[in-house]
Design a protein around this ligand. Structure first.
Ligand code: NAP
Length: 270
């Protein structure tokens, strides 16, 4: 597709969403940068003032449907808003934690998609870009709720891609690896699982593994460029990476059976 028309980005006040909003404005879109508190967006609008397109910070809480307003001539929607919480073993993770994660990462996203599709159809087509995570391609212990919420978005995206293709609407799933944001910084800790009997060694191994890949972290603006490229590329596959580690994970997932990947994870733990 050619850049132009409106783009809506959720969770655009910081992190990856902020970088995507700036990148899309730079490419020529009129960006509605959705955020829970639009005061967070003043510096963002300033940063985008010389962009080929434009950028406006708008209030948007994906969990509050009254705040989800779809701009005129919508061509691209980027479902980026997401949360990550405590890393607990399934037996110790309360349902409230699962619900909180699914509320934002899945149900909030579904509501934005539901409201965007009629506008994309009216505009003659466009792109729905869902940001998930390459973590759901690997059997990472203690990430079950987060991974399940992202995997659910993956399944939704598959159906949506088939459903919307006849309308010229392309569905894209971006599966980031480690991107240098607040979310990644906050995950640099011993998983809470360590406090529960029997799980300490696994939690420590997980932290060590996470730290081993720290040098492979990607800057948000670099990831955002790859995401904008995929949005504009009509030949892009459904699932794409936006950083080297994510690309490696996606490649491994495409080239190995699920049992081979599971065995590799279990071997790491033994
Ligand atoms: N960073 C990584 O390594 C990484 C890896 C894989 C996938 N991802 C995914 O990439 C996306 C962006 O993550 P990030 O690293 O940029 O995280 P981040 O720095 O924690 O930013 C999260 C963004 O989501 C927003 N948000 C949370 N709940 C929201 C809600 N109810 N309505 C609207 N916005 C909401 C936050 O707004 P507030 O400021 O108001 O909280 C913030 O703008 C997420 O979906 C995440 O799961 C990130």
């Amino acid at each position: 597709m050619k850049a132009g028309g409106a783009a809506l980005v959720t969770g655009a006040n910081r992190g990856l969403g902020r970088a995507i909003a700036l990148e899309l404005a730079g490419r020529g879109f009129a960006v509605s940068a959705g955020m829970r508190n639009p005061d967070d967006g003043a510096s963002l609008a300033l940063e985008a003032r010389d962009a080929a397109g434009s950028l406006e910070a708008v209030r948007l809480d994906v969990n509050d449907p009254a705040t989800i307003r779809i701009p005129e001539n919508l061509r691209v929607v980027v479902n980026n808003a997401g949360v990550d919480r405590a890393y607990l073993p399934v037996e110790h993770a309360p349902l409230a934690l699962w619900r909180e994660m699914f509320e934002t990462n899945l149900f909030g996203l579904v509501e934005v998609v539901r409201r965007s599709v009629p506008a994309l159809r009216a505009a003659g087509g466009g792109v729905v870009c869902n940001i998930t995570s390459c973590s759901y391609l690997t059997a990472v212990p203690f990430y079950a709720a987060y991974r399940a919420s992202k995997a659910a978005v993956g399944a939704l995206g598959e159906s949506l891609r088939a459903e919307l293709a006849p309308f010229g609407i392309r569905v894209l799933e971006v599966m980031p690896g480690p991107i240098d944001t607040d979310m990644l910084a906050a995950s640099d800790r011993l998983p809470e699982a360590a406090e529960h009997a029997g799980y300490a060694a696994q939690a420590e191994a997980l932290l060590a593994g996470r730290r081993a890949v720290a040098p492979m972290t990607t800057a948000p603006d670099v990831a955002a460029r790859a995401i904008a490229d995929a949005i504009l590329d009509d030949a892009s596959p459904l699932r794409v990476a936006c950083d080297p580690l994510g690309a490696g994970q996606l490649d491994a997932w495409r080239n190995h059976s699920d049992e081979e990947l599971m065995r590799a994870m279990l071997a790491l733990e033994s």
